[in-house]
Ligand binder design. Structure first.
Ligand code: FAD
Length: 284
């Protein structure tokens, strides 16, 4: 199947807030994002289990109160099989059916890498222990993972996750649609036959975006970087420009056959909804 043959799914990602105020804000954003008719809401997880309790709390609250399925992210670095099994059993008991399975990055200060080395081992473990109960999402990197020894090796490693039983993938964010289209073409050439949904990062704050992008290896094209730098602290100008750029990217991706969009919402509904409106996904 080509990417355009898969049904289009839209989804939104949250991170577990630290404060009660942050929790209330997330609940408000989540309620507003229902307008996008998302297939699921996902919740990130701190590698090494640093957000374990808060992730579980948001996942179960979302599953119980939003009317939309919740999909916990789960990282395996610095973890044991027993701790992962216990968490998955907990999710299963609460009706969770979708997991975003990741390796994560070794948290600073931790030394023991744990019992899993790579995400494909986590996917295999979930399949071995829980059969087909969970729909498994994995991460994909159209601009390649920063630690990959080569693009071909990275694609091979992506394929390992699918061979281990992943059902679909969400990409790292990117601002160059060609990177996505080339990546999915290479995947098709290797016989990879799962939906690969682009991850979309709305632009709100240049300093924060630049920091994230340096850490995760996502490229901010020079012309975007230069424009954002020129706006300095003018939040309205950043918002307007970012909305134009990201909406156009999403339009190109959907027109080119992408099987949906996954929004990194940063727990805010505004820009994701504005993009959804521009794309005609939300009735005004
Ligand atoms: P892997 O697929 O294991 O790949 C990691 C690196 O190892 C790659 O360079 C790959 O080429 C290489 N590799 C993989 N398998 C092998 C192998 N068998 N042999 C040799 N090399 C191999 N991080 C969090 O901490 N919490 C989150 O909630 C979270 N959510 C994310 C959601 C999405 C959609 C994405 C794209 C990323 C997310 N991340 C999250 C970040 C992610 O944990 C990091 O990018 C991490 O560095 C890699 O995780 P992975 O699952 O892609 O790892």
């Amino acid at each position: 199947m080509s990417q355009s043959d898969w049904p289009k799914t839209f989804s939104c990602e949250f991170f577990p807030p630290i404060t009660a105020e942050g929790f209330t804000k997330l609940q408000t954003a989540r309620q507003q994002l229902l307008a996008l008719r998302p297939a699921y809401f996902s919740v990130t997880y701190g590698a090494g289990g640093s957000t374990r309790d808060r992730t579980v709390e948001i996942v179960l609250d979302t599953q119980a109160h939003s009317g939309i399925s919740a999909a916990p992210h789960l990282t395996c670095i610095a973890s044991t099989r027993d701790s992962i099994r216990e968490l998955l059993n907990h999710y299963k008991a609460h009706g969770i059916r979708r997991i975003v399975a990741l390796r994560g990055d070794m948290p600073s200060g931790m030394r023991d890498p744990g019992e899993f080395r790579y995400a494909n081992e986590l996917v295999a473990f979930i399949r071995a222990e829980f059969g087909d109960h969970f729909h498994i999402e994995v991460a994909a990197y159209p601009e390649y993972h920063p630690q990959a020894s080569s693009p071909d090796k990275d694609l091979e490693n992506f394929q390992r996750k699918i061979n281990a039983g992943a059902n679909s993938a969400i990409t790292q964010y990117f601002y160059n649609s060609d990177a996505y289209f080339r990546f999915v073409d290479h995947c098709a050439g290797q016989g990879i036959d799962i939906p690969i949904v682009p991850g979309i990062m709305p632009i709100t704050n240049f300093t924060q975006l630049a920091r994230f992008s340096d850490a995760c290896g996502a490229e901010i094209p020079r012309w975007i970087r230069k424009k954002l730098e020129s706006f300095s602290d003018d939040r309205d100008a950043i918002r307007t420009f970012g909305l134009d750029v990201v909406s156009e990217l999403c339009r190109k991706l959907l027109d080119g056959g992408a099987p949906g969009l996954h929004f990194y919402t940063m727990n805010q509904a505004g820009l994701t909804l504005a993009i959804g409106e521009r794309l005609g996904l939300i009735a005004r």
